[in-house]
Write a protein that binds this ligand. Structure first.
Ligand code: NDP
Ligand code: 2IT
Length: 446
């Protein structure tokens, strides 16, 4: 490993030893940048890596609100404005009980390179709250979002920082957040993406991450295996925004999707997942996937990780970080899975990733494979600035071009610069980092 990389990593471990997810993401990125750093001594001279791994700004705040029982609840809100080197901070908000600073920092760090890969001018940021939306009434969600935005609105803006959705934050939450921003700042601007179409949203944004994941996966199938999705057995973890639209596009492209999950368990339907039923249960009723098994003849496992025991050709993890561990990776390989593309952020842990790569499983890392969501957010920002809206076909075509472009960009780096066409992890990290480093070098020490 490059000695400069080693020093920066050692320092990070000493300082942030308790930030598990952040260290995991930082280590993967830094280690894979090593061959690039070897060839670019100007990075060390300008302290680029030390700066790259420290957020420009971290905002942490109290969110106090009143629930339906008239009780006061208090949560911890975060916005990590990690890098503005190539554009305004951009990245989602996550509302989940597990949210902490380490998780938001890892997501924001990944977002810097992901946004760079989209080719659009967006820096990296992420935010969220340890609020648990499960079982809350619509009015509670609204009051919580209003309380959250009352503080967040002081720190964001269309040219400064543009949040969007992530786990637990969809169109409903974005609507309430947007309404509160407008009320306080008296501005109708594209300060959030993922808005509904009636007030500045973009067609395809809802579908974008899942569709984009399939466009990326299809390009990988064509390039490595001269094949496509037709008749491939696919399993997709999660049943939220990313998973549902990954399933929709995979099915449209001819795949046989046999399993999906939520945080309670997974369903295995050999006849093929009935996506209309999944949408009814998860999108409309906000229910549990177990209900699918109550209404259809299929198998239900009450552990979400059991999904990785099901035989498949292609696995698309679309739920959360570290959902595929070494045991799951071993099962995937034993069952003949030959491709894993990450719809979620860092769903495959370090040991599992190494095992998949060692066993010649084609592995599409999240910061490339799931970049379609934020790319379409970038297109939403463009439309808001133009005061125009593009048709579904126009946005979908741009999304396809971006995903195919991302695949070939990272594939070319892996093949031509690293001499290993299968190392898309390093390919994505280096390809994303190049532009960020160039911008940082041009803008001076700050
Ligand atoms: P949603 O909230 O819409 O859905 C999340 C899904 O993952 C739900 O089915 C949820 O189950 C499941 N899940 C969450 N935690 C766990 C867990 N610990 N074990 C098993 N299942 C779990 O979020 P999204 O679909 O938007 O996000 C999914 C992933 O994709 C995240 O990693 C996110 O960062 C990433 N991503 C999202 C993008 C977007 O545009 N939305 C863009 C790029 C990446 P349950 O309902 O039981 O909680
Ligand atoms: O992880 C991600 O890329 C997202 N949650 C989407 C971010 C965005 O700004 O659309």
């Amino acid at each position: 490993m490059n000695s400069y990389v080693e020093r920066v990593l050692e320092n990070l471990k000493n300082k942030y030893g308790n930030e598990k997810e952040f260290l995991q993401a930082s280590e993967e990125i830094l280690v894979s940048l090593s061959p690039y750093v070897d060839k670019h001594p100007e990075l060390e001279k300008n302290g680029i890596l030390e700066r790259f791994v420290v957020p420009e700004r971290i905002i942490m705040f109290r969110v106090a609100w009143v629930n339906d029982k008239n009780e006061v609840e208090v949560n911890n809100g975060y916005r990590v404005q990690f890098s503005s080197a190539i554009g305004p901070y951009k990245g989602g908000l996550r509302f989940h009980k597990s949210v902490n600073l380490s998780i938001i920092k890892f997501l924001a760090l990944e977002q810097i390179l992901k946004n760079s890969l989209t080719t659009l001018p967006m820096g990296g940021g992420k935010g969220g709250c340890d609020f648990d939306p499960k079982g809350r009434s619509d009015m509670e969600i609204m009051r919580f979002c209003q309380a959250f935005m009352t503080e967040l609105c002081k720190h964001i803006g269309q040219f400064t920082d543009v949040p969007a959705g992530d786990i637990g934050v969809g169109a409903r939450e974005i609507g309430y957040l947007y309404g509160q921003y407008k009320r306080i700042r008296n501005e109708s601007v594209g300060v959030l993406t993922g808005k509904k179409l009636s007030f500045g949203g973009s067609l395809v944004r809802t579908e974008a991450t899942g569709y984009g994941l399939c466009y990326f996966t299809l390009e990988a199938l064509k390039t490595y295996k001269k094949t496509d999705f037709k008749n491939k057995r696919v399993i997709i973890s999660g049943s939220g925004n990313v998973a549902v639209y990954a399933c929709e596009k995979a099915q449209q492209l001819g795949a046989h999707v046999v399993a999906m999950s939520d945080s309670d368990g997974c369903v295995y339907d050999e006849n093929g997942i009935d996506l209309a039923l999944i949408k009814e249960i998860k999108e409309i009723k906000r229910g549990r996937i177990k209900e699918y098994a109550e209404r259809k003849h299929c198998v239900y496992y009450d552990k979400p990780a059991d999904i990785w025991q099901i035989k498949c050709d292609i696995a698309l993890p679309c739920a959360t970080q570290n959902e595929i561990d070494l045991n799951s990776a071993i099962s995937l390989v034993n069952n003949g899975c030959f491709m894993v593309c990450e719809g979620a952020n860092m769903p495959t842990d370090k040991e599992a990733t190494a095992y998949l790569l060692k066993n010649k499983v084609i592995f599409g890392p999240g910061k490339a494979a799931n970049a379609g969501g934020v790319a379409t957010s970038g297109l939403e920002m463009s439309q808001n600035s133009l005061r125009l809206s593009w048709s579904f076909e126009e946005v979908d075509k741009k999304l396809q071009d971006i995903m195919v472009g991302i695949f070939h960009n990272i594939y070319d780096v892996a093949k031509n610069e690293l001499g290993n066409e299968y190392d898309l992890v390093s390919g994505a990290n280096i390809a994303g980092f190049k532009k960020v480093a160039d911008a940082m070098l041009s803008q001076g020490i700050m």
